[in-house]
Design a protein around this ligand. Structure first.
Ligand code: MLT
Length: 304
């Protein structure tokens, strides 16, 4: 079997594939070149950089390509329905990065609560703004988690250990007994910090109307997907001092060209690095290997 890991893969996973005599190629092909070579592979592994849309799937149609793996959680860069309708299975690795994303959320929260981002910037410019940077504690504050899947739950555990009150909203579940379920509107009204852990949405989940409902000085964190928060509404909220701070890892457009948001003094930004830890990437590699071996076993069973 030939595998193309078009956006790279953890070295341990590559070694396992080699040991098991899979042929694994880690060249990166841009989309037009990828369309030409895709027919030579049985399995395509991508992260977020490669967009597997209709045109690429059309190029692979009827070839030996039977499995696409998203080494990560979000499937928004893959047209899953179209791939499935062309007899190509699509899998992701939902279990591996929750801890890393949850820690990044806390990083942004601490950074904003204690003015760490601005302190770094201004001290490097020779300023000593001790009296300006009185912060707040996370302990005792209410953290509203929108989307209570693996990442939301991992974060709830960590934040509650810090003394935060956890409330959550999820479209599908409200059965977690350790934390308080609220409707989305209740959560917006009652939270000091709000963080999103939902899949990509067609239209923003958080826009002007939702921001208007929030507490004055609310801190909003988005490590989910660009577009789940309306960036213009967020900027207006920040400029009108309705929003006290925002921690943003994902953007409507990536790399982001929204200079006003990136440079805003009340914003802490990172370039979509939620899952970018050695630990998460290693676990993602392990999950990818498992998916491939299962797939291979199933094929062997069908053939025998
Ligand atoms: C994911 O969906 O796994 C994360 O956003 C990480 C990524 O896309 O790089």
């Amino acid at each position: 079997m030939r595998i193309l890991a078009n956006d790279g893969l953890d070295n341990k996973a590559i070694d396992i594939f080699k040991e098991k005599n899979f042929e694994i190629d880690t060249n990166h092909y841009e989309i037009e070149d990828l369309k030409k070579v895709i027919v030579d592979y049985d399995i395509l592994i991508v992260r977020s950089a490669t967009k597997v849309k209709k045109d690429l799937i059309d190029a692979a149609k009827g070839s030996k390509l039977k499995l696409i793996i998203r080494a990560g959680v979000g499937l928004d860069n893959i047209d899953v329905k179209y791939a499935n309708s062309n007899d190509i299975t699509v899998k992701n690795t939902p279990n591996s990065s929750s801890n890393s994303v949850a820690e990044l959320v806390l990083g942004h929260m601490f950074g904003l609560a204690r003015h760490i981002v601005l302190s770094n910037l201004t001290m490097r410019q020779g300023q000593w703004n001790k009296s300006k940077y009185t912060g707040i504690e996370l302990s005792g504050k209410t953290l509203g988690i929108i989307g209570f899947g693996r990442i939301g739950k991992a974060l709830a555990g960590k934040a509650s250990a810090l003394g935060m009150n956890i409330v959550y909203y999820d479209r599908f579940k409200n059965e977690n007994e350790s934390y308080t379920f609220m409707s989305l509107n209740e959560l917006l009204v009652n939270s000091d910090f709000i963080t999103l852990h939902v899949s990509a949405t067609d239209r923003p989940l958080i826009g002007k109307e939702e921001i208007d409902m929030m507490k004055n000085g609310v801190v909003i964190i988005n490590t989910a997907r660009g577009g789940v928060i309306d960036e213009e509404a967020l900027l207006n909220g920040l400029n009108e001092n309705k929003v006290g701070g925002a921690g943003i890892d994902v953007f409507e457009e990536e790399p982001s060209l929204n200079a006003e948001l990136i440079n805003h003094p009340k914003v802490s930004v990172t370039p979509h690095i939620g899952a970018a830890t050695f630990e998460a990437q290693e676990r993602i590699g392990e999950e990818v290997v498992e998916i491939v071996l299962d797939f291979y076993d199933n094929l062997a069973n069908i053939a025998s």
